[in-house]
Every structure is written in C-alpha cells, then in structure tokens.
Design a binder for this molecule. Sequence first.
Ligand code: BTN
Length: 353
Amino acid sequence: MSGMGPMTERVVTSVLLALWRRPETTMAAVLRETLAPVPEVREALGVLRERRCLIEEEPGGALRLVSTGLACWRDVLEDMARREKLRVGRRVMVFFRTSSTNDVAWQCAVNPEMDGLVVVADEQTAGRGRLGHVWSAKAEQSVLMSVLLRGGARERGGVERNAEWLTMVTGLAVAAAVEEAAPGIEARIKWPNDVLIGGRKVAGILAERRGAANEEAVVVGIGINVMQGSGDFPGGIAERATSMYQATGRAVDRLRVAAAVVRKLDACVSGGGAGAGQGRGEESWIREWKDRCGMIGMRITARSAAEGGGVLSGEVVDVDPLEGLVVRDAAGAVHFLSAQRTTLSEDEPRKGR
Ligand code: BTN
C-alpha cells in the first residue's frame, strides 16, 4: 500500500468494518457510517479488493461483501473481540503460509499476555491432525485456526483434562458455527474430534497440551473445509470428506465461519460453564453435544493408539466431558476411552440417520 497515508488506512478499516457489520449495505450507508468523503471510500474499496476482498457493487449503490481476504481478518476479529469483550480473539495473528498454526500458538504460549490468541493461516506446510496424521489443505479454501488458552481452559480439572473437555466443546462450537454460517445444513459430531455433514467430515479438531502436567496452557487447532470442490481433497479421503460449499452449493465467506467459531468457543471457555449458547449451564451443553453426536447405543470397535495398544468392542453407553467415551463390553465391564489415545470404527450404521 505504498503512498497511502495513515488517514487512508483508517478509512480502509472503517469501510471494511461497515461492510462486515452489514454485508448487504449501500454506498450511502457506508458514507454515513464512516463519515469519509466519496473519493476516500472509493479508494478504500479499491484497497480492500487488492487485499482479496470480493465486494459486489450495483449501479443503484448496493454494496455486498461476498468474501473477506485474509489480510483483513485481524481487523475484523480483533474489533469483534473488543466490542463483545471476548477472551478468545483479543489478539489475532494472520499468516498467508506457515508450518502449523498450532506451532505458532505454542511459540507464544510462554507469554501470559497471549491468553486467547487466535492464529489463522491460508495455508500450512506441516498441518497435523490427531494421532500424528497429516492435515493437508489447499491454500485459501479452509479455516485453519488455533486458539491458545493459558491458565487452563477451565479452573477445575487441570490442563490434561482440559484437552478432552476442550475437544468436546470445540466440536460443539464448530458444529454450531458451521450451521450459523451456512443456514439450512445440519452439522453432527463424531467423537472425539470430527464434525460431519451428511456423514462426511467437514472439520477436525486437535487439542494439544505440552510439557509438564502443571504447565497451564492448551492449544486447540481447528481445520474446517469451507470452499473445497469435489476435486480438492486428496484421493484417500475424497469419499469421506466434504466442504461447506459442497454441502450447500453456495460460496461461504471463510471469515464468517472463523468469526462464528471464535464467538461460540469464547462462550464455552470464558465465564464458568457457559455452553456454546450464551448463558447456558454445563448440563445444557453436554445434552446438546450428545444430541449432535448421536453415538449412544452404537456398537463400536476402538483401537488404542498407544504402542501395542489393544482393541475393544462394545456399546457406547455415555460420553463424559472429562473422561471421554464410555463403552460397555460384552462381559458388562465399563471402559472410559480417552480422545487423546483412541481411534474408532462403527460396527453397524446408526439407526434413523
Ligand atoms: C483431525 O481431524 O485429526 C484434526 C485436524 C486439525 C487440523 C487443524 S488445521 C489448524 C491447526 N493446525 C494444525 O496443524 N492442525 C490444526
């Protein structure tokens, strides 16, 4: 943006925020809201387009922000966090390309100021999934995001337990965010960390803790398939994966998805026990999680990811936010399966779905 003074940069931000807050707006409304003269607003629209925002403009003056370039995400998310007093998103770091957003968040973990940090990227060169799997996604199609929580996600339980709890509430937050950003679709949860649309994976979650058990930090990484077409997934996962675009047939602004995740995750992790919906108690979010998951009563086979780990078949009898999946085997013994160490397969299709 060479040659652009600080005054113009301020107008660019105000025009961006005006478009973001009212995605279907008019030139007249933007002029009123920003109190900037027409030539400056025009210049600002040009700058936003250079920053890869897709802004439609009709001859009658209607303006529509269709999608928001990554270079603008920080302004929007930090403004939202400030206005809504959110813990998550008070600080946002944006990368066009990085190794893994989880790694960047971990590099910041020693700094107490960084609680609630959100790291986003257009592309990762070493994205990772649960149990050491690779998470690969073409550039500019996904929400690739990590959130750093210091001081423990919750006061009780400690960090180790928080990783299980955080995986669950993040799944709920992501499922709700996906539905909010693409009305009409139904997102389900597959324990422990998958969000599905129509039985196919649309998002995955990787909650990590590192170091000593008393090290009070967790990082939760979230990968959401937003704009992938059918040819964009690697061969091995193409039949099991989907994107919000594939599910709806409509383009979705990735920033709308990211912002919805930030809001809903914040509702879960700040303030004692509020679930994905504001002001609801712990019981309520667990119930919502179970409704979205629908695994209770299912027969599954679970494999422990630990070296030499065993195989267990049984019926899912419950899900516990801290202990994980509760499974009863054929002999009637009850087992608690940790999300950090288990892979699952279903023995029979779910009824009624
Ligand atoms: C899984 O389904 O196994 C979890 C996938 C998590 C992927 C996200 S993408 C953003 C963040 N950075 C990573 O390296 N992984 C997570």
